[in-house]
Design a protein around this ligand. Structure first.
Ligand code: MN
Length: 233
């Protein structure tokens, strides 16, 4: 893991005050993974208005404080007094993936993890170019960073209905994929590098049906390529 990120894993609970100094206090994914049942909603690594205008404060408050929070609460409710209480979150996701009787646990566990990963995939200082090591790997897999961005745009705009677009590492290759609902690259044995949420709740307040406008803004202005590089296996 990128040492800069590794140092940022400790921080306090979410703060309601969007003006509070909590930019870059931590990394949501690492925080969530280090937690045990009962899970808490991880704080955002930036203030509620930090991603505006691409993602408005209103959208971020609702997405984090209502949607993500509800997945965490439903996860706690679903795994209380079961064998899954003691299981690390990633292991829980893999243990329940594709098992029809456990879809409620899988969906809430994966969405709890996906959203923590998504917050870290965005940054007010995002966009731009990937760090050199990742850039070389992307060029080897896609030909250019622009081609990779285009593949991400296509995945995010063509995912039918609710789901996610991902940059992921599959062996030595960097790849783009789209997943439905709560599914993610972990269930395919890949290493997630970046996530783009394309559920309507991610953009509807700001863009209504114009998903592509939202996706273009996220990719060009907010994607945290440093975080992506820190996730390389
Ligand atoms: Mn979401």
């Amino acid at each position: 893991m990128n040492p800069v990120y590794a140092q940022r894993q400790t921080r306090s609970m979410p703060q309601e005050d969007s003006t509070a100094e909590h930019q870059h206090q931590g990394i949501s994914t690492a925080m969530l993974e280090s937690m045990a049942y009962p899970y808490d909603l991880p704080a955002l690594p930036y203030s509620m208005d930090a991603l505006s205008p691409c993602i408005s404060e209103r959208t971020l408050r609702c997405h984090h404080g209502a949607h993500h929070k509800t997945y965490i609460e439903a996860l706690n409710e679903a795994i209380g007094d079961t064998e899954y209480e003691a299981m690390p979150l990633k292991a829980l996701i893999l243990a329940t993936a594709g098992k029809p009787g456990q879809s409620a646990i899988f969906n809430n566990a994966a969405q709890a993890w996906n959203h923590a990963f998504y917050w870290d995939s965005l940054s007010p200082e995002g966009g731009g170019e990937p760090p050199p090591v990742l850039k070389r790997m992307i060029e080897a897999s896609f030909g250019s960073v622009d081609a990779c961005r285009n593949a991400l745009t296509k995945a995010a705009t063509t995912q039918f209905g609710s789901g996610w677009a991902w940059l992921a590492q599959d062996g030595k290759k960097i790849t783009v994929l789209k997943t439905s609902n709560a599914d993610n690259p972990l269930t395919r044995g890949m290493t997630p590098l970046l996530a783009i949420d394309v559920w309507e709740h991610a953009y509807y307040i700001d863009y209504q049906n114009r998903r592509k406008d939202h996706v273009d803004g996220v990719i060009n202005e907010l994607l945290n390529w440093e975080f992506a590089a820190s996730n390389l296996a």
